[in-house]
Write a protein of this length. Sequence first.
Lengths: 367, 367
Amino acid sequence: MKKERPQKNTIVRIKDIALKAEVSTGTVDRVIHNRGRVAEDVKNRVLKIIKELNYEPNLMARMLGSKKEYHFAALFPDHNYDAFWTAPKSGIEKAEQDFKQYNVFVEQYVFNPQDVDDYVKKATELTRRKPDGILLSPIYYKETLPFFEKWKADNIPFVLFNTQIADFDPLSYIGQDSYQSGLLAAKLAHYGNPDACSMLIAHIDEKISNAQHLVKKEQGFRNYFAQNNLDHKYKILNVELTRSSQSNFIKSLDALIENTFDLKLIFVTTSQAYDIAKYLEQRHINHIKLIGYDLIPPNLHYLNNGAISFLINQNPKGQGYWGIYQLAEYLVFKKEVPIIKYLPLDVVTKENLNYFLDEKDQLFIEI
Amino acid sequence: MKKERPQKNTIVRIKDIALKAEVSTGTVDRVIHNRGRVAEDVKNRVLKIIKELNYEPNLMARMLGSKKEYHFAALFPDHNYDAFWTAPKSGIEKAEQDFKQYNVFVEQYVFNPQDVDDYVKKATELTRRKPDGILLSPIYYKETLPFFEKWKADNIPFVLFNTQIADFDPLSYIGQDSYQSGLLAAKLAHYGNPDACSMLIAHIDEKISNAQHLVKKEQGFRNYFAQNNLDHKYKILNVELTRSSQSNFIKSLDALIENTFDLKLIFVTTSQAYDIAKYLEQRHINHIKLIGYDLIPPNLHYLNNGAISFLINQNPKGQGYWGIYQLAEYLVFKKEVPIIKYLPLDVVTKENLNYFLDEKDQLFIEI
DNA sequence: AATTATTGCGTGTTCGGGCACAAATTTAAA
DNA sequence: TTTAAATTTGTGCCCGAACACGCAATAATT
């Protein structure tokens, strides 16, 4: 003989709903999951009571019995081509680890970032596997659109990170706020150079078509000076450099430095600040300060020896982690997730670098 | 008739262990929880197999049946006396929210930070309630020691945050790295003042005996210049100010500025940078830069109008969150937790401030 | 030798929800 | 009507671990 306490304190169970609605738990279950057929009036009655009692399913119990698996796909550049991607990759893996207990699996699709075809190939492959959710860094605009369409049609949610593509509303965008980071860089540049001088914005091409990023960074940088009525005091130049030919790279820099009066600072909008640092070192120039992006090993070297003053970092590991996190929140826990999520802009110097490195498993998550 | 698949894929259950060890699940359970009586040899056999099979308990299942509740106590200053504590408080509450599903409850004990007796009173009260774990910011050294002893005797783990007290090994320390933050401040100070000048380290007393903090910050600041062979170039002064008397405060500053040649920067080691900012504003002085701590509203005001150049921030919300997190990891999930956990030192300017504010529920957690 | 402890170990129930299947009821067709 | 089919609803087991209970075997006590 079983005795049913009708309301075990404050926690509402399916059984409580069933009791109150005078149906069986099976029926309540069917209502909750929209499965099976339930008479319209019964359905409404149950629905009403669920709302009344403020029922919240017990996740432990739910996960326990059910052997449902969630398969996510992550599409991003191979870190062997660009060390930056080591961090997102490890964030993704950390998230997979954290959600393993909820039967979440993440399949990684990495591509050569310099090869559009490879990108498309990997995206196609991924799509064929019909994952439950997708996290991607869509560095190719045009090529990505058809996939967005397909995924939307298949009702597969996707989260973008690092690179934003408007339209085709993704579940969420995790990312860089490039404009703001330009502003920040300018603030640092200005702070370190109280007196009038010239500054150079250097875009060092990696052949990746993420031009939007770079443009935004430049705008931010320039607008800082404009907004603070400093544009007559500082002369801001910009240049696009390519490293395809070493000698050209050096020659361009030689010319720039030769022809620019009182150049005091170079702001590198890509993660190649180390290239400039190396050049300055070779030329024994030490009166030009450097601000760059991303905590990749060659940059760290020059940050530590003082050639680079600051690196701006937007928690790349966190971006990977968060992407998976958002998918899990949405699909596993049926929660709403923010459409856009900017991670904090970190100012990294030699003095606080330690805290941002991936020693063991440092990671910032925003909740 | 039940059929037991001996190894359901990769997941190891108690049943699998029992099967392999040729005992019942009850015995395995007893071994795992050190409860009840198990023959020595059987125990070893089971233990060995547990290790071999790399058994990890299923948390869902564990939590489901068990109605065990975890009661944590959090002891920290009342945010009405010092706005700084708003952030840790909200981090603690966020963590409570996150762990609610695991039956974790957090009781807050807040005290007047200027009143030792209140501190002791709240600590006593807390102790009487025999919580399962304690998170505290032990701002009074001497008065805390007896409690440590008591808690150790009662086998109640405690986590320190924001203020460190060595000895009596706590479960974990979450914190500020004061020395390092001094170094960082110096780097910023130096970067913004390439030319020789004087700098002032100001300790503004809040009557709280966290002198250790301040000393470490000062050491960090001074050592930066020493390590970089700059101590002949920059003159570093220090002063202890008290705001108890408004007129004295102003007079002291007047005198300092009068008597210090070429003072270009003030580093405020407490969260009262706004006091200096206000003073400088009143005196119409704008050639002295300010670096301070903590994102409290009055500081933010002066950060935004440019009077304060940088605020250093060590994720106070994250500290609260992490404290509870660590207790939960240790007590609920039986994991090992790092003895010491420094949160990243953030350099906050007007330009990246947004990301560090608590809009809705921004929070960084390290995992 | 009979009784009681003590120790060692297995069984069975519980937690809340998912889900397969069975039962009951209604509707449609013959 | 009778019977079959379709729809609606109920029952019971499962998930994995915790834990109470109880049985058996051995040891200790009278």
